[in-house]
Design a protein around this ligand. Structure first.
Ligand SMILES: Nc1nc2c(ncn2[C@@H]2O[C@@H]3COP(=O)(O)O[C@H]3[C@H]2O)c(=O)[nH]1
Ligand SMILES: [Zn+2]
Length: 514
């Protein structure tokens, strides 16, 4: 632990720090050494400001005063632990052992337990987002829209899924009205009003209305098994969940109709795009590639740090397809299967944002001479279509898009909290202490969405009104919000800082491929 303290820490700020005992002062590294030595090699240090927010331990920490001392805490979790479950288990173990030896639970263990519980509550609650104005006036209503449905207490996850399956199978797709079918083909479709079983029916409608069942001899029952397994393999996490999968697939479906791709690409390529959208985030754990690599997770080890998540999503997809009762590709020729497998792997791996510039630049070069009969051109277009669908929330009406941003930030903050707790590098644009909702979005729209959507709109000018204009309106909306926030002195500092943080963060992720 001590040897991991960066050399620069020696030059760190002069600090007033409260350790467990009295308040003391001196350079940052002094406390790190002292606390690390006291804590032992498997513990993690956390630093808090006087108002209780967690700080990055770094030489750039601001020097403070006796009135605004920092608090340094030791967390009972080691670097291999799965954070809370394991640390809580360890505490229980420690508690029972200490109780056996001493006859009562020592104060230090009570204190540690209450710290773990309080941090756990902080991670699980979404109220902390309110300080950034994350919720509009009717916050409660919105919260209920995007927060996961509470499980019926007596139902296990398994039973709940079976209930969804029964509902799904009992609902005939014929019940989906013509009006809903038409709506499903547009980016203004409101995903929040549908429950899981209904989303499964709507996915079934997408596959049937594109004639995939007849073209590829897919039995309805097999399609239903496949869709249900896909649903089961998304996790209940704030953003990368089954509803996100539904949205991305629905946007892909909408784009296919809006751009009349049915007349430009083969049916098999459309199947690749829709199925890739459906499977692109399967079994997402809620922690991104940077985390996987820094934390040396099993996924990073398995895939040698190369797009670990996207490789995993793809492997899970083909795992599902390997079950005969779910295999929608089983009646295809070997040649067709190989084509679809290759296409899906390319499309799903293309959703790694570290490859964003590489793929967008390829598309830019092809743009002036784009040829729908050219294999390379088609492959890049298919990747671009999946990428656009994946990050298309802001192309939706504001009432649909905004709750998605809240969900995304919740997942970001969960990750950065964990990074802090485990002593890993903190991903800057995910840090709850540094990021604000409008600055995160204005930067994402300016530097990622507009360049990508503009390029696709050059090929399909009709998309201007459907995806470019709403994104421009969203930029105005968040720019106004940013300006309003800047009138508040505290947020002014955060906002300015966040812009540069965002750029450093997202651009370093994006430029990895260059
Ligand atoms: N700030 C911001 N980031 C987004 C938005 N939509 C998608 N992203 C990011 O783009 C990434 C696309 O790939 P991931 O799903 O891994 O993670 C996604 C987020 O990090 C958005 O609306 N705002
Ligand atoms: Zn996604």
């Amino acid at each position: 632990m001590v040897t991991n303290v960066p050399v620069a820490s020696v030059l760190g700020p002069y600090l007033h720090v409260a350790l467990t005992g009295p308040q003391v002062k001196g350079p940052l590294c002094h406390y790190l050494f002292r606390a690390a030595a006291e804590a032992g090699p498997h513990h993690i240090l956390k630093m808090y400001s006087t108002n209780g927010s967690m700080l990055n331990i770094s030489p750039r920490l601001e020097a403070n005063s006796e009135d605004s001392y920092y608090r340094l805490e030791v967390v009972a979790a080691d670097k291999d632990s799965l954070l809370f479950p394991v640390s809580v288990l360890r505490l229980h173990h420690l508690e029972s052992k200490a109780t056996e030896d001493v006859g009562k639970t020592p104060d230090i263990i009570c204190e540690l337990k209450s710290q773990v519980e309080s941090f756990k509550r902080k991670l699980e609650s979404v109220e902390h987002l309110s300080w950034m104005g994350l919720f509009k006036e009717d916050g409660d209503q919105q919260l209920s829209k995007f927060s996961p449905k509470p499980l019926t207490p007596h139902l296990s996850a398994q039973e709940e899924r079976q209930q969804v399956r029964r509902k799904f199978l009992n609902m005939s797709s014929l019940q989906v009205t013509e009006e809903v079918r038409e709506h499903l083909k547009t980016p203004i479709f409101d995903n929040w009003q549908w429950e899981e079983a209904e989303m499964l029916v709507l996915l079934q409608v997408m596959f049937t209305d594109l004639d995939f069942l007849t073209a590829f001899h897919i039995k309805l029952e097999v399609l239903q098994n496949f869709l249900f397994e896909v649903y089961c393999h998304y996790n209940s996490i704030p953003f990368h969940n089954f509803r996100h999968c539904f949205c991305v697939t629905q946007m892909m479906y909408g784009l296919i109709w809006l751009t009349d791709l049915r007349s430009k690409l083969s049916r098999i390529d459309l199947l690749i795009m829709l199925t890739s959208a459906l499977c692109h985030d399967l079994d997402h754990p809620g922690y991104n590639n940077v985390y996987q690599i820094n934390a040396q997770t099993d996924l990073a080890l398995r895939y040698n740090d190369i797009s670990p998540l996207e490789n995993h999503h793809c492997a899970v997809a083909f795992g599902i397809l390997s079950k005969p009762e779910c295999n929608i590709l089983k009646n295809l020729t070997c040649e067709q299967y190989k084509h679809i497998r290759g296409g899906m792997i390319r499309c799903i791996l293309a959703t790694d944002m570290a490859r964003h510039n590489e793929i967008l630049n390829k598309f830019r070069i092809m743009q002036p001479v784009f040829d729908f009969t050219n294999k390379d051109h088609k492959e890049v277009l298919m990747k671009i279509m999946v990428k656009v669908s994946d990050i298309s929330n802001e192309a939706r009406p504001m009432t649909v898009a905004e709750p998605w941003l809240d969900c995304l930030l919740q997942e970001f903050f969960n990750q950065s909290d964990t990074e802090k707790l485990k002593g890993l590098p903190v991903t800057p644009f995910m840090d709850r202490d540094k990021v604000s909702k409008p600055s995160s979005q204005t930067n994402f729209i300016r530097f990622v969405l507009l360049p990508l959507f503009t390029e696709l709109t050059k090929l399909f000018p009709c998309l201007e009104q459907h995806i470019l204009e709403p994104v421009r309106r969203a930029l105005e909306y968040y720019s106004d919000m940013e300006r309003a926030n800047k009138q508040d002195c505290h947020l002014k500092c955060c906002g300015g800082f966040t812009s540069s943080l965002f750029l450093v963060g997202i651009m370093s992720a994006i430029s990895k491929s260059l």
